[in-house]
Write a protein that binds this ligand. Structure first.
Ligand SMILES: [Fe+2]
Length: 332
């Protein structure tokens, strides 16, 4: 299949917009005819694809599941995970609802202060920008790929999704820092489980975890199972374990040596030259590779508008590092 694409994405040095057809039905059929081509396009774009005009998914959610299967063998059923069931689509359990509206009722992220960066653009760099993570990094093996579809996006210039490219950031990492992170593992915790940096700073005592909820170690430098490229992979305030981590084997806690190292790595990883900010249009669909990108959500005015996005998560090829592992999130 010859794929028409525009690459990189605007104002970024990675990502591609694919043109596969006019309607979601046509696009999904084209993708299903040659799944290898889509996976190759994702790898070539260093982990981020934009497919537009997918509006028909809103009335036919199975199209989203079919497209997800093009990218891997297992599309997650959210009923069997650590997910709150009010965030799961009522009739298609492979769809996670991301919304400020009922029944989900998840508030948008805080607006950064100041709202714009010194260059007049939306802030991306940590710690001005918070919320960087990869999806479900608190589970092992972690998922490969996420698909995110805009049913009802928020107003222009709000509610963007930001991406930082771990491959580009790793390549540009100073040699001394590269050596420090080479064999390092981060300790990732589920957001909302009481192990955030805020919770540690406030001196709270985290609740005990059942075995299947425990924080999980993940390498800070990942090797991509398809391309062999190495990338930086890390979360920050909300999705690391700030009581026992953020790193394994380095002084823990919000004021420890681990905290200082995390701040340094995250500030590098999220430099604007490694980032892309997606402005959503209704019907847009993004496909991103959690094995080489981190991402963050941005503020929108949840008092004035309701935003609804659908996400699916694809598993099946986390890489040799995780070979043979059982799913950490399933109770024994
Ligand atoms: Fe996410």
């Amino acid at each position: 299949m010859s794929i028409t694409r525009e690459a990189p994405l605007p104002c970024a040095s990675f990502g591609a917009a694919l043109h596969l057809g006019k309607t979601a039905q046509e696009i999904v059929a084209v993708a299903e005819r040659d799944p290898e081509a889509l996976s190759a396009a994702l790898a070539e774009a260093k982990g981020l694809l934009l497919i537009q005009s997918m509006n028909a998914i809103a009335d036919d959610p199975d199209l989203l599941i079919r497209l997800s299967r093009v990218f891997g063998p297992e599309v997650e059923d959210y009923r069997h995970t650590l997910t709150d069931l009010k965030s799961v689509h009522a009739s298609v359990p492979e769809i996670l609802l991301v919304s400020n509206m009922p029944p989900v009722g998840k508030a948008p992220p805080k607006r950064p202060e100041p709202p714009l960066a010194a260059d007049g653009l939306i802030p991306v760099q940590y710690p001005h920008r918070h919320g960087w993570h990869t999806d479900q990094s608190y589970r092992r093996p972690p998922p490969d790929i996420s698909l995110f579809y805009a049913v009802t996006p928020s107003q222009r210039d709000t509610g963007q999704t930001l991406f930082a490219n771990g491959i580009l950031a790793y390549e540009a990492l100073p040699a001394a820092l590269k050596a420090r992170v080479e064999k390092l593992d981060g300790l990732h915790a589920q957001p909302g489980s009481g192990r955030s940096r805020e919770a540690a700073l406030a001196g709270r005592t985290p609740r005990a975890f059942a075995a299947h909820e425990r924080s999980q170690r993940q390498p800070v430098v990942r090797t991509h199972p398809v391309t062999g490229e190495r990338s930086l992979s890390l979360g920050e305030w909300g999705q690391m374990d700030w009581f026992e981590g953020p790193f394994v084997g380095i002084e823990p806690g919000p004021h420890g040596a681990g905290a200082a190292l995390l701040d340094e790595i995250m500030a590098h990883l999220t430099e604007r030259r490694f980032c892309y900010a997606h402005e959503w249009t209704q019907g847009d669909l993004l496909v991103w590779d959690n094995r080489c990108l981190v991402h963050a959500a941005t503020w929108f005015d949840g008092n004035k508008e309701g935003r609804l996005m659908w996400r699916t998560t694809v598993h099946g090829n986390p890489g040799a590092y995780y070979a043979g592992e059982k799913k950490s999130w399933l109770p024994a």
